[in-house]
Design a protein around this ligand. Sequence first.
Ligand SMILES: C[S@@+](CC[C@H](N)C(=O)[O-])C[C@H]1O[C@@H](n2cnc3c(N)ncnc32)[C@H](O)[C@@H]1O
Length: 255
Amino acid sequence: MDYNHFVTEFYTFSKIDLNSYKEGQMKRRIDSHIKKSGISDYREFLTLLKTNPKAYETFLGYLTINVSEFFRDPRQWATLEKDILPGIINVTKTFNVWSAACSTGDEPYTLAILLTKLIPSQKFKIIATDIDKDILAKAKTGIYPDKQVINLPADYKSKYFKKTTEGYIISDDIKRKIDFRQHNLLKDPYPSDIDLIVCRNVLIYFTEQAKADIYTKFSKSLSSTGILFVGSTEQIINAHDFGLKSKKLFFYSKA
Ligand SMILES: C[S@@+](CC[C@H](N)C(=O)[O-])C[C@H]1O[C@@H](n2cnc3c(N)ncnc32)[C@H](O)[C@@H]1O
């Protein structure tokens, strides 16, 4: 079985289209994972993935690098807080936020911390999604090692976290604000009327075609005043082609 055949067979049972991820990078990662698992070829590996749910989840976690942290790229979070949010928050309606590909939850919890400062708690809703079920389970526990809270301002740390031997535990008030759900950006339906979509540090793994499809769907998901916030290496070159317009570096509105 060659790589392309593996990708086709993997899609049949997982509905994850590895063709939408950049091939060189993905193949290297898969080959190295197979080698580490002590398996000799794609066919044997496919059988393992089909028959062993744990091996399947481990593989998924490995494929989709889960690195995250609170206030990742602090300058952009400052722009969000000072320049973007004041212009789009309308206290007469619920402010709907979607943190897409949220990994361990640092990003949606960061959003909840910021929004708590700006809007009464019952006036905003945050859905946080990821393809990886295990990572969502971890996100729900809200426990973080030092390295993930390194950019977290001290006042937030003392207000919303408890330091324990397991790590920093986020407060129930913030935890309660997040609705974690499993969602595959490549195939599942997108929510609508979203005032802020935060999707960072995942589209870099996708092919140009997959990115184009996702941007177009994001544009449809946004409310009329909604904003898409992307990662620091993920500027959208032809935003107009996807129904988007640059508002500020790394921030886009509906065109
Ligand atoms: C590097 S993390 C980004 C976390 C966070 N957004 C940040 O910037 O810190 C990438 C996440 O994308 C998720 N992911 C990969 N492919 C996905 C897909 N097709 N749909 C949804 N999430 C996906 C992975 O599971 C992983 O948790």
